[in-house]
Design a protein around this ligand. Structure first.
Ligand SMILES: Cc1cc2nc3c(=O)[nH]c(=O)nc-3n(C[C@H](O)[C@H](O)[C@H](O)COP(=O)(O)O)c2cc1C
Length: 198
C-alpha cells in the first residue's frame, strides 16, 4: 500500500513514502539486511560520539526469541506486531561512558540512530513501526538489561502488507491518510510563535 506524505515540496522519496505499517507481509527479512539496518543506526551522530544506543533483536527464524520479545510489548501492539518478522528493543545509556555523568542527550541520539535505521529500511523496501507501548520492566527482566540503561521503544520491522490482513478497526486506521501540523505551527523566526517568511 502507498501512503505518501501529502506535500507539494520535493522531499526525498524515501521520506515521502515512509509510513508506520501495522500490516506486515508474510515474508522473512534476510539476516544480512537486518545487519544493514543496525549498521546504518551505528553510524548516526551522537553527543561526544558516546553512541548511547543499544539494540536487542529477535527474528521469526528463532520463534522462541520472537515470542519472548513480543511478550515485552503491550497487548494492543502485540495484536499486530506479532506479524512482523523482526522485532527490536531500543535501549539508551543513562550516563556518558567516559565521564559517568548523566547523558541528557541519549534519547536524542537514539532517535537519530532510528532515523538512519528507518531510511536504510526504506532503501531496502522494508518498513518499521516504532512502539512506545512496551512493558519496560518485563523487558529489563527478560533480557537482563542493566539499571543504567533505559528501555525506550520496541520496533516492528518487515515488508508492509495489505491492510485486509488486519482486524477491521486496525485496517481502517491503516488506510487513513497520514497527517502533519503545518510548518507555520512548527517553525518560528524572530520570536516564538512568529512564523518564518520563506
Ligand atoms: C517514539 C514513538 C512511539 C510510538 N509508539 C507507538 C505505539 O506504541 N503503538 C503504535 O501503534 N504506534 C506507535 N507509534 C507510531 C506513531 O503513531 C506514528 O509514527 C504516527 O502516527 C505517524 O504515522 P506515520 O509514522 O505513518 O507517519 C510510535 C511512534 C514513535 C516515533
Amino acid at each position: 500500500m502507498d501512503k505518501p506524505a501529502n506535500t507539494d515540496l520535493p522531499i526525498h522519496p524515501l521520506i515521502r513514502g515512509r509510513y508506520s505499517p501495522r500490516a506486515f507481509a508474510d515474508k522473512a527479512v534476510a539476516a544480512g539486511d537486518v545487519t544493514l539496518l543496525l549498521e546504518a543506526a551505528r553510524w548516526a551522530a551522537s553527543c561526544f560520539n558516546d553512541q548511547p544506543w543499544r539494540f536487542l533483536v529477535a527474528t521469526r527464524e528463532r520463534p522462541e526469541g520472537h515470542a519472548k520479545m513480543l511478550g515485552c510489548l503491550v497487548e494492543s501492539n502485540q495484536r499486530w506486531a506479532s506479524a512482523a518478522p523482526v522485532l527490536l528493543l531500543c535501549v539508551a545509556a543513562r550516563n556518558f561512558e567516559r565521564s559517568g555523568k548523566a547523558n541528557a542527550h541519549a534519547r536524542h541520539d537514539l532517535g537519530l540512530a532510528m532515523g538512519n535505521l528507518s531510511l536504510q529500511a526504506g532503501a531496502l523496501g522494508l518498513s518499521l513501526h516504532i512502539m512506545a507501548g512496551i512493558d519496560r520492566e518485563a523487558a529489563r527482566a527478560a533480557y537482563g538489561i542493566p539499571e543504567d540503561f533505559d528501555v525506550v521503544t520496541g520496533v516492528a520491522v518487515g515488508y508492509a502488507g495489505a491492510p485486509d490482513s488486519l482486524p477491521a478497526e486496525l485496517a481502517e486506521r491503516e488506510r487513513a491518510p497520514r497527517s502533519r501540523k503545518p510548518l507555520e505551527e512548527l517553525v518560528f523566526a524572530d520570536a516564538w510563535g512568529e512564523p518564518r517568511r520563506a
